[in-house]
Design a protein around this ligand. Structure first.
Ligand code: 0X9
Ligand code: ZN
Length: 335
C-alpha cells in the first residue's frame, strides 16, 4: 500500500488540503508554505518542508528537493511526490533509518509546480469544439500573453486554442535557454517562453534553489522509466562530476528498474530544470520519467503503486521510487 493509503488520483484541492493538514498534525516536523510567485491564474503553489525543528530555517543542513508536475497531464508525478512527504513523516515517527536521515537534512516537497495546468487537466470537461481529452492532455502553463492577440483574452482554458496557450515550464529555465530542443512558437508544446524565467512557476523554483542549500533535487515527470541527468543537450560536455553523478543515477535506477542516462540521449532539450540547477549550484539534479507508456494511466494500472516497487507493472524494480528517493536523501545527508 501507499504511505497515504490512497486509491485514486488527487485533485488540486486535495493536494492543498493535505499539505496544510500534514503540517497541522506534525508541528515542529512539518511546515507548509507557499512559493513566492502566484501563477498567471492567481493560484498559490503549495510546498512542504520536513525536518527536525523545522521552524528554525537557519540550521545549515543540506536541502533535498522533490517536485512534481511541471507538465499538467503528468499526474503520477504529483502522486509520487506527495507519497514521499507521507513517507518521511511516517518514517521519522517510526524511528530507524528515515528518522536519522530526516534529522540530518531538510526536505522540501512541491507536489504540483504547474498548478494552473494541472487543474485544467485534472478537471477536464468538454468545452465547445474541444473534447475533454484536449484539456486532459494539456502540458504547459497558463501564460496567454505570447499568444496572438485574439487568443490573449479570457482564461487559459477558453477556446479556441485552449490547450495550445502557455509556456513549457521545462524549457523556461536559464540553463542553455535559447538552444536546441525548445520551440520559439507560442503554440508548441515545448514553447520556451519570451525569456529565461519569464514564468512564475520557474521563478518559484529559482527562488527556492537560490535561497536554500539545495544539494540534491529530483523533478518528476511521466513517462519512459528513466533516470536522467545533465546535460540535456548533446553539444554540451559532461560535467567534471560526471562519474559521481552517474553513480548516483545508476544506484537509483537499480531501485526503480529505470534506465539511467544523460538526458540528451533521450532528445535535446534546453531550459530544463536540472540543466539550470546543476550548472547554477553544483547540486545534483535528476529528472525521473515514471511509467512505461502513458502520461496518466488509470490509477489501477499500478504506475502510482510503482512508488513502493511492489506493483507488477514493467519498470517496477527493487524498492521502487521510494527507495530511489531514500538514496537521494542518503546522498544529501552525507557525511
Ligand atoms: O521533454 C521533457 O520535458 C521531458 N519529457 S516529458 O515527456 N515529461 O515532457 C524530458 C526532459 C528530459 N531532459 C532534461 N531533463 N534535460
Ligand atoms: Zn514532463
Amino acid at each position: 500500500a501507499l504511505p497515504s493509503g490512497r486509491t485514486s488520483y488527487r485533485h488540486l484541492y486535495e493536494y492543498d488540503y493535505e499539505i496544510k493538514d500534514l503540517a497541522r498534525r506534525n508541528p515542529g516536523l512539518v511546515k507548509a508554505f507557499t512559493l513566492p510567485n502566484t501563477t498567471w491564474e492567481g493560484r498559490e503553489v503549495g510546498a512542504l518542508e520536513i525536518g527536525t525543528d523545522v521552524d528554525n530555517a537557519a540550521d545549515g543542513k543540506a536541502v533535498n528537493v522533490l517536485m512534481g508536475v511541471h507538465h499538467a497531464r503528468e499526474w503520477p508525478a504529483g502522486e509520487h511526490a506527495m507519497e514521499w512527504a507521507h513517507e518521511l513523516v511516517k518514517g521519522y515517527k517510526a524511528g530507524g533509518e528515515l528518522r536519522s536521515l530526516v534529522g540530518k537534512t531538510r526536505n522540501i516537497v512541491i507536489p504540483i509546480v504547474n498548478v494552473d495546468g494541472f487543474s485544467i487537466s485534472r478537471e477536464a470537461e468538454p468545452k465547445g469544439d474541444f473534447s475533454r481529452f484536449d484539456y486532459e492532455m494539456k502540458r504547459k502553463n497558463c501564460n496567454v500573453n505570447d499568444s496572438p492577440e485574439a487568443y490573449r483574452t479570457g482564461v487559459c482554458k477558453a477556446n479556441p486554442a485552449g490547450r495550445q496557450r502557455g509556456t513549457d515550464p521545462n524549457r523556461n529555465y536559464a540553463g542553455f535557454w535559447g538552444g536546441a530542443g525548445a520551440s520559439t512558437a507560442w503554440s508548441s508544446d515545448t514553447y520556451r517562453g519570451s525569456a529565461p524565467f519569464s514564468e512564475p512557476e520557474t521563478r518559484n523554483i529559482r527562488s527556492l534553489v537560490s535561497t536554500r542549500q539545495v544539494t540534491n533535487l529530483i523533478t518528476l515527470h511521466t513517462y519512459s522509466n528513466l533516470v536522467l541527468r545533465v546535460p540535456g543537450v548533446a553539444d554540451v560536455r559532461p560535467p567534471l562530476d560526471e562519474p559521481v553523478y552517474k553513480a548516483l543515477g545508476d544506484k537509483m535506477a537499480s531501485r526503480n528498474g529505470y534506465t539511467s542516462q544523460p538526458s540528451w540521449m533521450l532528445y535535446d532539450t534546453t531550459g530544463s530544470t536540472e540543466d539550470w540547477s546543476y550548472f547554477a549550484t553544483g547540486g545534483f539534479g535528476f529528472t525521473f520519467e515514471i511509467g512505461t507508456s502513458e502520461f496518466h494511466p488509470t490509477f489501477e494500472s499500478g504506475v502510482v503503486a510503482e512508488y513502493t516497487g511492489t506493483a507488477p507493472a514493467a519498470g517496477a524494480g527493487k524498492g521502487g521510487n521510494r527507495q530511489a528517493f531514500i538514496d537521494m536523501l542518503t546522498n544529501a545527508a552525507t557525511p
